[in-house]
Write a protein that binds this ligand. Structure first.
Ligand SMILES: *Cc1c(COP(=O)(O)O)cnc(C)c1O
Length: 443
C-alpha cells in the first residue's frame, strides 16, 4: 500500500483509529478563471433550480417564503467560536441541517438530479416545449401520467434516500431506495410514509448502491441515481457556493488575500463536500481553503485523495477499520473515484476525528448555540482545532496565512439534523454527556 501519499506515521494513525489532519500534496493554489468551461455545469444547475422554483413552491409549502429555492442560513456563532476555535478569526455555521424538504445537505444534490430527470423526460415527451416553457405543466395530469411510468432508484445510508425519495414521490415517480445496514429506522419509516419503496440490505453502503444499480440497469423505465459517479448530484451541491457568496456579501464578509476563508465539510462518498468545494473554488479561487472531515472509522476520502489518480480508491477495510461510527451519513467504506479525481487539486486536506470528539461538538452546538444536528454534521466543528495542530499549522505557514488569521472566516458546514426525531436527538445528547463524563470533560 506504499502507493498512498501517506507517511508511515499517518498510515499507523489511520490503522489505530487516531485523529489526524492530512495535508494534500496535490493541492494547488489557483485563482478562478472566470468563465472557464468547467464552471458551466455549476451555472446550468443554478439556472435549472430557478426554472423549477415555481414547481417546488407549489409542491412544498415550506418554500413559500424563499420563492421555491431550497436554501439555508449562514449563522454567526460567537459563543461556539470562543469555545472551539483556538485560532483568531470568526466562526459561522452553514445551516444545511435545516435545509427544507429533505433536512440535510442531500437536498441540494439529490433534488437537483431528480429535477434533471423530470426535465429531460418532459422535454423528450413534448410536455415542455423548451426550458422557457411554463414548468407548472409538470404538475398537470399529463405530467403525472408521464412520471408515474418511471422509477427513480438510489442506494443510500439514509439522507440521500430521503432527498431522492421525497422529491421523486412528490413529482409522481415511483421511488425505490436501497438502504444500507447503517441506515436509521426512522429514515426508512419516513420514506415508507411517503409511498417510497425501501429495500433493506444487510451489507454496507457500497453494497446497497451496487444492488440498486444492478436492479435498475435491467429496467428501461428505471433511472438510477449513482452516488458514486454523478455529475448531476455534484453540480447540484456546487450551487451552494453561489448562494454562499451572496450570504457572505450580505454579511459584509470579504474573501480575498487578506481575508482567507476556511470551510470544513463532512465527507461520506465525497459528492456533497466535493461539489461544494468545486463551486467555492470557482468563485473564491486560492482564497478559500476546503477541508474534508471524516470519522476515524470511515476515512474513505482521506484514503481516496491520498491515492493515485484514475484508479479505484482503496477501502477502509484495507486498514483494518470497520465503519464503526455513529456518523451514519459518513459511514462509507470506499470513496467515489470520480469525486476524488474531480477534486484532487482543489482540496487542502482531510481531517479525521473520533466519535467522542464529534459528540462533544454536538453537545456544544446545543448548549452554546441551541443548534441540534446529527453526529455526522458535528464533525465540521472540529476544523479549527485540527488546523491548530502541528500539521495544520504547517499548512497555515506554507500558505502564508498566519498573519491573516485575525481577518479569517471559518465555516463549519452543518450537513444534517432537522429531521431527526426528538427522542433520537435526545439519545445523541445523552450519549454526548456520558462520553464527556467518561473523558472528564463535564461533571
Ligand atoms: C451524505 C452526507 C454527508 C456527506 O456527503 P457525501 O456526498 O456522501 O460525501 C455529510 N453529512 C450528512 C449528514 C450526510 O447525509
Amino acid at each position: 500500500m506504499n502507493r498512498l501519499k501517506l507517511t508511515d506515521a499517518e498510515h499507523q494513525s489511520i490503522e489505530q483509529g487516531k485523529s489526524l489532519i492530512w495535508l494534500n500534496s496535490a493541492y494547488q493554489d489557483k485563482t478562478a478563471a472566470p468563465g472557464v468551461p468547467e464552471a458551466n455545469g455549476l451555472y446550468q444547475a443554478e439556472a435549472r433550480l430557478e426554472r423549477f422554483a415555481p414547481v417546488l413552491k407549489q409542491l412544498f409549502p415550506e418554500l413559500e417564503s424563499s420563492g421555491g429555492l431550497i436554501e439555508s442560513p449562514l449563522v454567526r456563532v460567537d459563543h461556539l467560536n470562543a469555545e472551539i476555535n483556538p485560532l483568531p478569526g470568526s466562526l459561522f455555521v452553514k445551516a444545511d441541517h435545516s435545509l427544507p424538504v429533505a433536512g440535510s445537505i442531500k437536498a441540494r444534490g439529490g433534488i437537483h438530479e431528480v429535477l434533471c430527470v423530470a426535465e429531460n423526460l418532459a422535454l423528450e415527451h413534448g410536455l415542455l416545449k423548451n426550458d422557457q416553457d411554463d414548468y407548472l405543466k409538470l404538475l398537470s395530469a399529463a405530467g403525472r401520467q408521464l412520471f408515474e411510468q418511471y422509477t427513480v432508484a438510489v442506494g443510500s445510508t439514509g439522507n440521500l434516500g430521503l432527498s431522492i425519495g421525497i422529491m421523486g414521490a412528490a413529482l409522481g415517480f415511483k421511488a425505490v431506495v436501497h438502504m444500507s445496514s447503517d441506515a436509521k429506522e426512522w429514515k426508512k419509516q419516513r420514506l415508507r410514509n411517503r409511498g417510497v419503496r425501501v429495500v433493506e440490505h444487510e451489507a454496507d453502503y457500497g453494497a446497497a448502491v451496487e444492488a440498486g444499480r444492478l436492479q435498475s440497469e435491467v429496467d428501461p423505465f428505471s433511472y438510477f441515481v449513482d452516488d458514486e459517479r454523478s455529475p448531476r448530484l455534484f453540480m447540484g451541491y456546487a450551487v451552494a457556493a453561489i448562494r454562499l457568496r451572496e450570504q457572505l456579501q450580505l454579511a459584509n464578509i470579504a474573501v480575498d488575500a487578506e481575508h482567507p476563508l476556511f470551510v470544513y465539510l463532512p465527507a461520506g462518498v465525497g459528492g456533497a463536500p466535493g461539489g461544494i468545494s468545486f463551486g467555492l473554488k470557482q468563485i473564491f479561487g486560492e482564497h478559500v481553503h476546503c477541508f474534508f472531515a471524516e470519522p476515524v472509522q470511515a476515512p474513505c476520502m482521506l484514503i481516496g485523495m491520498a491515492g493515485k489518480p484514475e484508479i479505484e480508491p482503496d477501502s477502509i477495510y484495507d486498514f483494518g477499520l470497520k465503519i464503526d461510527t455513529d456518523a451514519d451519513g459518513l459511514a462509507v467504506g470506499t470513496a467515489s473515484q470520480w469525486v476524488c479525481d474531480a477534486t484532487r487539486d482543489l482540496i487542502s486536506g482531510v481531517y479525521i476525528a473520533a466519535d467522542s470528539q464529534l459528540y462533544q461538538r454536538l453537545y456544544q452546538l446545543k448548549t452554546l448555540e441551541d443548534i441540534e444536528v446529527e453526529p455526522s454534521a458535528a464533525i465540521a466543528c472540529e476544523g479549527p482545532a485540527m488546523l491548530n495542530t502541528d500539521a495544520g499549522r504547517r499548512y497555515l505557514e506554507s500558505h502564508d496565512l498566519i498573519q491573516h488569521l485575525n481577518e479569517s472566516t471559518h465555516i463549519a458546514w452543518l450537513t444534517g439534523g432537522s429531521f431527526v426525531p426528538s427522542e433520537e436527538y435526545q439519545r445523541y445528547y445523552d450519549k454526548a454527556l456520558a462520553l464527556m463524563a467518561e473523558n472528564g470533560e463535564v461533571n
